[in-house]
Design a protein around this ligand. Structure first.
Ligand SMILES: C[S@@+](CC[C@H](N)C(=O)[O-])C[C@H]1O[C@@H](n2cnc3c(N)ncnc32)[C@H](O)[C@@H]1O
Length: 231
């Protein structure tokens, strides 16, 4: 269910003891009802749009400080400032953090962020010296957020709206895809990169990618990320 919600509720959801809480609108509610048998609705109080800010806490991954624009970054660290708006990607989610840990191990080169959301991985890559950096997302609000965040961070990103499973993809040295297991597996024949970082699935999931072999796996409490190398 959590993996499905990463796709259905990219702006975020909260896991509670016996339920998962999603802040969404009528269109989002219709999608949730189409996917899940049990959906209960509670109207929310005015100002809910800013409620999520309480959950946008900064994280430190190696030399990177990833946090929102309304907080001061930590001295001595490289700031990656993200305001995700309605896109996924504050940096605090386990999948994003694990992808960043794997990215830090790789040599700099050109970079592609597949399913960029807020642009957090692409901006981090640019700040680490990767260039050129491409980012794409199927969701227009993510494309807008990634462009806005790139500008705010003073980095150059080529951000496009595209579907990674059907549109043509730029060829880069390194690519990252924090999407769903199904989309990750569909990327095997489509991605031209020496290294591919993947996440967006649970620890129990083992993605199978044609033309790539796995060289490393990182796990968090619930999610996993993998580093694949091209055969
Ligand atoms: C879990 S978010 C990852 C955001 C960010 N890269 C991160 O690591 O925090 C997944 C993103 O992938 C996008 N996405 C899902 N399927 C896609 C596809 N087939 N092509 C392009 N983008 C896709 C979603 O719109 C969403 O913004």
């Amino acid at each position: 269910m959590v993996a499905q919600l990463l796709e259905l509720a990219p702006a975020g959801f909260l896991e509670e003891e016996n339920a998962v809480v999603v802040y969404t609108d009528d269109a989002g509610l219709a999608e949730l009802r189409a996917q899940f048998d049990q959906v209960e609705v509670d109207p929310v109080l005015p100002g809910w749009e800013d409620e999520w800010r309480r959950f946008h806490v900064p994280v430190v991954v190696g030399p990177l400080w990833i946090g929102p624009p309304w907080l001061e970054s930590q001295p001595g660290l490289t700031p990656v400032v993200v305001d995700p708006g309605r896109a996924f990607g504050t940096g605090a989610h386990e999948t994003t953090r694990l992808c960043l840990e794997l990215l830090l191990e790789l040599d700099q080169g050109s970079f592609l962020d597949v399913g960029c959301g807020s642009g957090v991985l692409a901006i981090a890559a640019a700040k680490l010296g990767f260039a050129p950096v491409h980012a794409l997302d199927v969701d227009e609000s993510a494309v807008d957020a990634a462009r806005r965040n790139a500008k705010a961070n003073g980095v150059d990103l080529d951000v496009k709206r595209a579907n990674a499973t059907s549109d043509s993809l730029p060829q880069t040295d390194v690519a990252a895809a924090n999407v769903t297991l199904e989309t990750v597996e569909a990327l095997g024949p489509r991605i031209e990169a020496t290294h591919l970082i993947t996440s967006g699935y649970l620890v129990a999931d083992e993605p199978r990618l044609t033309r790539f072999h796995r060289v490393e796996r990182r796990t968090g409490e619930r999610f996993a990320a993998d580093l694949f190398a091209r055969e």
